[in-house]
Design a protein around this ligand. Structure first.
Ligand SMILES: Cc1ncc(COP(=O)(O)O)c(C=O)c1O
Length: 389
């Protein structure tokens, strides 16, 4: 088939390396998978009940493009109470089909061919493909030398270098894949830098905002409101990945354009899911807390095991990932390390290279799995690593 039939960037791109790796190691039979980027908990019962009521009450029609007003009001109150954010539910909040559609709608709205978008690396792979599909150019900043948190001076220098075509910077904290997050000081320093580049938009993917340990979550939308598009959603906070509900919070001049793209892509988010969302953001506003307690216990088990084996670990202050450097004794790529580990121990973890070049030499371990499986996996990894030294 003629190659010109397709968007060349789609042709060049591959299906997610995470999926590819998962398929390859499946041949090893029954594995303990610490690969998943989604909560292992069920959706809270009362949220499911709200959706069932919506079905029985025949809420089966298209909703407003931006989502039900009740949902936007619930979202506005939630982010005000939790993160001190101020967005008008009337025209500064959009309900989307997951954070994924939110990102697609935002990037399609902002980007012209030839625009540049800075992406701190390692990164969630969707960012690169969406930027490329829009014929824009990703510029990566390697954060592995600065504890996987973008160095403000390096960011400033990179923004300056590319200032002529620079449209946006995509941030993500708490971070997938590194589990690092920003404190108030980092948020303030980054905000100050953006003041020098008033034409550049910060796209802040805050989907893990409810899963931060031992410190408050500070949103970029609080400190850099007029230049920031906050992306969030219920996938991680309420264990609702399959329901597909995301949220965009942005000043009016941005949402009034994004809403057009969103309408062309999906018309609106699912009506039934939106009812579940209203319940989750009001009655269930603290539903993430008990899950977070469990994640923290599991996280500490992984940290203890890996540190005793000389894996260097990025400070895991959020989300449910540990990003660990493979000990030097293993002169292997991260793919080969993970492949051999899966083959010999039947424990699957993700090679860091799936998250960009800056992730090579590392592995991502998801602790969104049962404590029993995590403990068993750590025993097997300990045995494996010790047998190779
Ligand atoms: C950083 C990040 N952003 C966005 C998403 C997508 O979220 P959603 O399920 O809401 O589309 C994920 C899912 O893994 C993620 O890790």
């Amino acid at each position: 088939m003629s190659k010109s039939l397709f968007n060349t960037e789609v042709l060049k791109s591959e299906i997610s390396q995470i999926r590819q790796f998962d398929e390859q190691v499946s041949e090893f039979g029954d594995l303990i998978r610490l690969t998943l980027g989604q909560p292992d908990f069920p959706t809270p019962y009362h949220v499911k009940e709200a959706a069932k009521r919506a079905i029985d009450d025949d809420f089966s029609f298209y909703t407003q493009t931006a989502g039900y007003m009740l949902l936007r009001e619930a979202a506005a109150d939630f982010v005000k109470e939790k993160y001190n954010l101020s967005y008008d539910p009337k025209d500064e909040i959009l309900a989307t089909v997951g954070a994924t559609e939110a990102l697609a709608a935002v990037l399609l709205t902002l980007l012209n061919p030839g625009d540049k978008v800075i992406i701190p690396s390692p990164f969630f792979s969707l960012y690169e493909s969406l930027v490329r599909y829009a014929k824009a150019e990703p510029i990566f900043i390697d954060t592995s030398d600065s504890g996987f948190i973008v160095d403000p001076d390096v960011l400033d220098a990179t923004m300056h270098e590319h200032r002529d075509n620079l449209k946006a910077v995509i941030f993500n904290y708490p971070n997938n894949p590194t589990g690092t997050t920003w404190n108030k000081e980092t948020v303030e320093r980054i905000s100050t830098i953006f003041e020098k580049y008033p034409e550049t938009i910060a796209i802040s993917d805050e989907i893990y905002s409810e899963i931060v340990y031992d410190q408050p979550f500070v949103s970029l939308g609080e400190h850099l409101r007029e230049q920031t598009i906050v992306i969030n959603g219920l996938s991680k906070s309420h264990a609702m990945t399959g329901w597909r509900l995301g949220l965009i919070f942005a000043p009016r001049y941005l949402t009034e354009q994004i809403v057009k793209t969103h309408q062309s892509l999906v018309t609106s988010a699912s009506s039934i899911t939106q009812f579940a969302g209203i319940e989750a953001l009001t009655v269930g506003k603290d539903d993430a807390l008990p899950m977070k307690e469990q994640y923290q216990i599991r996280r500490d088990v992984v940290i203890k095991a890996l540190r005793s084996l000389d894996f260097e670990i990025a400070e895991p202050t959020g989300a449910f990932y540990i990003f660990a450097k493979i000990p030097e004794a293993f002169a292997q790529t991260s793919f080969d390390f993970c492949y051999a580990l899966a083959k010999e121990t039947k424990v699957a973890i993700i090679p860091g290279s799936a998250f960009g070049a800056a992730g090579e030499g590392y592995v991502r371990i998801s602790y969104a799995a049962s404590l029993e499986n995590i403990t068993e996996a750590m025993d097997r990894i300990t045995h494996y690593v010790n047998s190779k030294r």
